[in-house]
Design a protein around this ligand. Structure first.
Ligand code: SAM
Length: 208
């Protein structure tokens, strides 16, 4: 079944906890999905999981203790897994074949550990967003640009491995691909640059 209307984006939460980094990413996905008329589900949440207030306040956001397999048990063919190891890249036409897009709720790691394989095993059809690792919110943003705005993957304005400069002496190179905003800077969740800057004495590895 496909629907012409708004899409559903599901992030299957695969980490034990919700760190501040994931919280900002999930909030960015929720707000942007809402603005685009789409739904956002955070699935596989442990029953004890405390959903942050700001996230709960976004009307089109749904926290789910069920896994994506349970939610879509009867209609797996609607669901496309965004998978860095998929054989085929996502195309605008995939917006006609799928109405649910599934992502791994995993913080990026360098080098990537392929934890998306936990979702691949469940047998969803996979699509790649090009060869470079994106943060989860970037992956959702790019998917939306491709399947809803019909922008080809190759035409998305990317920024690879941008350097964030905090002051004259401190800067960090982010080991991910981002979308460039109209100001030429990488689009990142609200508060993320400050969070990274605040943890300036930690390495990015400590934060992931
Ligand atoms: N290091 C990772 C792993 O262990 O698989 C990648 C995690 S990435 C930060 C989080 C999610 O974003 C992935 O599970 C996937 O759904 C999506 N994603 C990121 N980059 C992607 C790409 N190039 N192609 C397809 N999906 C991607």
């Amino acid at each position: 079944m496909t629907s012409a209307g708004g899409k559903t984006y599901i992030v299957e939460h695969l980490d034990e906890e919700l760190g501040p980094w994931s919280e900002l990413e999930y909030l960015a996905i929720a707000v942007e999905s809402h603005d685009a008329g789409a739904k956002f589900f955070l699935s596989s949440l442990p029953p004890s999981f405390k959903v942050p207030e700001a996230l709960n306040a976004v009307p089109s956001f749904t926290p789910e203790t069920r896994s994506v397999e349970e939610i879509y048990a009867s209609d797996k063919s609607r669901v496309c897994l965004l998978d860095p190891a998929a054989a085929k890249d996502l195309s605008p036409e995939d917006g006609d074949s799928f109405d649910v897009f599934l992502f791994g709720g995993i913080l990026g790691d360098d080098p990537p550990r392929d934890r998306t394989s936990e979702l691949r095993k469940k047998g969803f059809e996979g699509r790649r967003l090009g060869p470079k690792q994106m943060t989860t919110d970037t992956a959702v943003r790019v998917t939306r640009m491709v399947v809803e705005d019909k922008t080809r993957l190759l035409d998305v304005p990317y920024l690879d491995y941008p350097e964030l400069r905090f002051n004259e002496h401190e800067s960090t190179e982010m080991p991910f691909r981002y979308v460039a905003g109209t100001d030429g800077k990488p689009i990142m969740p609200k508060g993320m640059v400050e969070l990274i800057g605040k943890d300036g004495d930690k390495t990015l590895d400590d934060m992931f």
